[in-house]
Design a binder for this molecule. Structure first.
Ligand SMILES: N[C@@H](CCC(=O)N[C@@H](CS)C(=O)NCC(=O)O)C(=O)O
Length: 403
């Protein structure tokens, strides 16, 4: 059995076409995890041979909401930086010796070691201009107070208790929900104090302090608690804030997508879903820049992806490894081709007719490959949240079209 010749483009053609439609690029990290890393959008501003002024230590999977705050600020402030990834399941001794809390994020900022996300954010303001704090002195003081409050006002503890703690009974769940809603009411009120959609009259560190947490809660509560923040009429200002935030290019680079958040919560914290996943954002999934970014990532990093699928998805038990490998490669190319060219390409080579003529080994390899990569990719570790959404939507489309 071999995969017949096909009209689907080669990897080189796919990569070239994808790159014409997206500026997104990452550096490859051969043999390391993660296998790619984003290139900070302002790195090109640095004169050649000059080291970036900031070195950020962050978690290797890009799941940490506190690291997200710092990355968000660095992108907003257009500060060139380099990243060193720390494996939190096996922290290197040099790191635990270096950072007293042993937590991420930490950073060297112009040679000074700073840790605790809040302190890193304030140090960046101190050294690179207060672009994320209001100019008006009174408002500036309010901003600093709210940045402090975001760490101490109990919002996070109450929110994550509602999300993660298995409730004894319906009564306890209702109480946790009520406590959480009272905290959201406080945020809703804070958002009403200044004109515009942000906490203060301009976008600021306060938005950055809350964004990774509110985003994760909005993604996970529908699935794990059947509770919705988005489109909840009780919180119109929080909803307007989400809309404003999502218009910021820096946020779109650093945020994660709903499914990444959902899978992480289940895997890391064992929370049982009681609701349903939010539907994929099909507006993102249709945008050519996100589709092209997803195709670019897949084409450029295909060797690592194929190696991972062969090792971890279970396909290798299906038969001769070289045939399976060809089939995995073929189905990933099919996915990249569909992401860039859309429509019309959905019959894999070797399949001459409708669904009934599918070779069972090819069909099984394809189904496993696609289902595996759908949940394996992780935003923003592997690609932006928008690209990850386009990627997952394309997998769904192919699976329903050919199986
Ligand atoms: N208050 C810290 C919290 C940082 C934190 O909790 N980081 C987590 C990752 S999300 C961590 O390093 N966990 C590793 C560990 O607990 O050993 C901050 O704002 O920076």
């Amino acid at each position: 059995m071999a995969i017949a010749s096909t009209t689907i483009s080669s990897w080189e053609q796919l990569l070239e076409k994808a790159r014409q439609n997206t500026p997104a690029r990452r550096v490859k990290r051969p043999g390391q995890a993660p296998s790619t890393a984003p290139i900070p959008s302002s790195l090109h501003k640095l004169p050649p041979d000059r080291k970036p002024p900031v070195l950020l230590y962050r978690d290797s999977n890009s799941w940490c909401p506190f690291c997200e705050r710092v990355w968000f600020a660095l992108e907003e402030k257009e500060i060139p930086f380099e990243t060193e990834f720390i494996d939190l399941s096996n922290k290197p001794k040099w790191y635990t010796d270096l950072v007293p809390t042993t937590l991420v994020p930490a950073a060297y900022i112009e040679g000074k070691l700073v840790y605790e996300s809040k302190d890193i954010l304030l140090e960046l303001e101190e050294r690179f201009g207060e672009t994320l704090l209001p100019e008006n002195l009174q408002e500036n003081a309010v901003a600093r107070q709210w940045v402090d409050d975001a760490e101490t006002n109990g919002f996070r503890d109450i929110a994550y208790k509602f999300l993660r703690q298995p409730p004894e009974d319906a009564n306890e769940l209702a109480n946790l929900q009520a406590e959480f809603e009272a905290k959201l009411d406080e945020i809703e009120q804070a958002l009403s104090r200044y004109p515009g959609s942000y906490f203060l009259s301009t976008f600021s560190l306060v938005d950055i302090m809350y964004s990774p947490h509110l985003d994760r809660l909005a993604a996970n509560l529908p699935v794990y608690r059947g509770y919705h923040i988005k489109e909840n009429p009780r919180f119109p200002l929080i909803n307007a804030w989400f809309v404003a935030l999502n218009q910021r290019p820096a946020y779109n680079r650093v945020k994660s997508d709903n499914i990444t958040n959902n899978l992480l919560l289940r895997r890391r914290f064992g929370v049982e879903p009681i609701g349903s996943p939010l539907p994929l954002d099909l507006a993102d999934a249709e945008l050519i820049e996100y589709r092209a970014e997803a195709a670019e990532r897949l084409s450029d990093n295909r060797e690592v992806a194929i190696g991972d699928i062969l090792k971890n998805s279970g396909v290798q038990s299906l038969g001769d490894i070289s045939i399976i490998k060809d089939s995995v490669d073929f189905h990933l190319r099919l996915l990249a081709d569909y992401l860039i060219n859309g429509n019309g390409q959905l019959l894999p080579g070797g399949r001459t007719g409708g669904k009934e003529s599918i070779d069972p080994i090819l069909a099984a390899t394809g189904a496993i490959t696609l289902a595996y990569v759908r949940n394996r990719i992780c935003a923003p570790r592997d690609m932006s949240a928008g690209a990850a959404t386009a990627f997952r939507a394309a997998v769904d489309k192919i699976l329903t079209s050919i199986y």
